[in-house]
Design a protein around this ligand. Sequence first.
Ligand code: PDD
Length: 287
Amino acid sequence: MSRVAYVNGVFQPHAEASVHIEDRGYQLADGVYEVWAVFDGKLADAQGHFERLDRSLAELRIDPPMSRAALKIALRETIRRNRVRDGLVYLQVTRGVARRDHAFPAPGTPPSVVITAKSVDRAAAEARAAKGASVITTPETRWARCDIKTVGLLPNVLAKQAAREAGAVEAWFVDDLGLVTEGASSNAWIIDREGRLRTRDTQANILRGITRKTLLEVIADAGLTLEERPFTVDEAKSAREAFITGAGTLVLPIVKVDNQVLGDGKPGPVAKRLRELYIQRARATAW
Ligand code: PDD
């Protein structure tokens, strides 16, 4: 079945879908995005992603392209037309098309909206999660507004490529104090030697992950101890367990940090359990 993409109100064959060469997203990375996991054709953690989208747009003073209700219909329709049961839906909103100039275009320039959807093989993803994955660490080189989900992802691209070349799935950024901030496209977690769950607090320069947010509720319900507090690379290397969270990876156990194998090199019981609980909750609450 051929894929279709939503581009500014029109569904186009995916292979031919395009935006103008003077789109500010293309020329200046002047735009934001969101990614929802899709379960049974429905949006996971829908509300959280919509709220973060509104916030990202407001922080950049980009006009919301349409109402949330209309956006939801466009997202669902893109999912339906691509026959995605399990997968991801991607939304990008840029400041629109205008003659190149760093400052904002004339008021009223319509934002550009692109939506794509793709299927994910959940069985293959489960098999990967059952094995666990590796991360590498890399110096933090990003700007100071990582709380805004912008399409300006060059440091993340370079970090992810370094991970790929090292046979790892993710790169963890490490700040000047030697503390892990987050991954190139996920939030970073450990279970320290005292058995406490640890993840960086959102006062730090990180993206406020929606999967992270839902998992905090799962953790509270499960009665586990959590500290939203930074950890060093050494603490990560000597952790009992580690994992990453994000709409793409959900909750993915990590079994190696740089060249250090964690524990027995297999996903830990807490990370495995949290993956199950998160998926259960996300599936049950998707709409
Ligand atoms: N990335 N941190 C960064 C830098 C991210 O890019 C992401 C998500 C996350 C996790 O956020 P959430 O739980 O809301 O997905 C954390 C998406 C999936 C992406 O870029 O494809």
